[in-house]
Design a protein around this ligand. Structure first.
Ligand code: GAR
Length: 195
């Protein structure tokens, strides 16, 4: 079976990456996690990926200063050298320029911890709590030029309970992220294989 060569991008803990790696252990899963990339050489998730036997690559963004495009050009070249076909952003905390989003249009997914279009950007759980929302959730979407704006591939919802704080709500949402992302990546990869 052809499996779609996928790179997962992380900036920190990498728990969503771990969920994707676990799902892709099944030979019938339509995506293969071929690379874990980080903009932070110290990202904890890189160690997890190494332990899982997956190639890792870190290109620190800091030496590039404001030149995001130069950083992205190296990332793009690294993906192409390895024959990567699909990218899954999983807690990748860099805003991408139109160069990378354009180069990977229709081939790059992101997971975001809110029910988009509600709460793009940061502090999603605090904002949902402050608004008095009764539910929260997470979204997997195709990446386009606008931050957290692309077409939605899947969503999962959780209730907001009285007494919830940011930690309680984020843990409830994260448990759903770990199911939603593997399911959404499988859907995207299967569609690519079927053409
Ligand atoms: C996840 O909750 C993910 O949805 C969020 O960062 C966390 C990363 O956790 N992403 C964003 O906020 C992107 N805007 P993880 O490293 O354990 O997967």
């Amino acid at each position: 079976m052809k499996r779609v060569k996928t790179a997962v991008f992380i900036s920190g803990r990498g728990s969503n990456m771990e969920a994707l790696i676990a799902a892709a252990k099944d030979p019938a899963y339509p995506a293969e996690i071929a690379l874990v990339f980080s903009n932070d050489p110290q990202a904890v998730g890189l160690k997890t990926a190494v332990a899982a036997g997956i190639e890792t690559l870190a290109i620190d963004h800091r030496p590039f200063g404001k030149d995001r495009a130069a950083h992205e050009a190296l990332i793009d070249a690294a993906l192409r050298e390895r024959g990567i076909e699909l990218v899954a952003l999983a807690g990748y905390m860099r805003i991408l320029t139109p160069f990378l989003t354009g180069a990977w249009a229709g081939k790059m997914l992101n997971i975001h911890p809110s029910l988009l279009p509600k709460y793009p950007g940061l502090h999603t759980h605090a904002r949902a709590l402050a608004a008095g929302d009764l539910e929260a959730g997470c979204t997997v979407h195709w990446v386009t030029e606008g931050v957290d704006e692309g077409p939605v591939l899947g969503q999962a919802r959780v209730p907001i309970l009285s007494g919830d704080d940011e930690d309680a709500l984020s843990a409830r949402v994260l448990a759903q992220e770990h199911k939603l992302y593997p399911a959404s990546l499988a859907k995207a990869a299967a569609e690519m294989v079927e053409g």
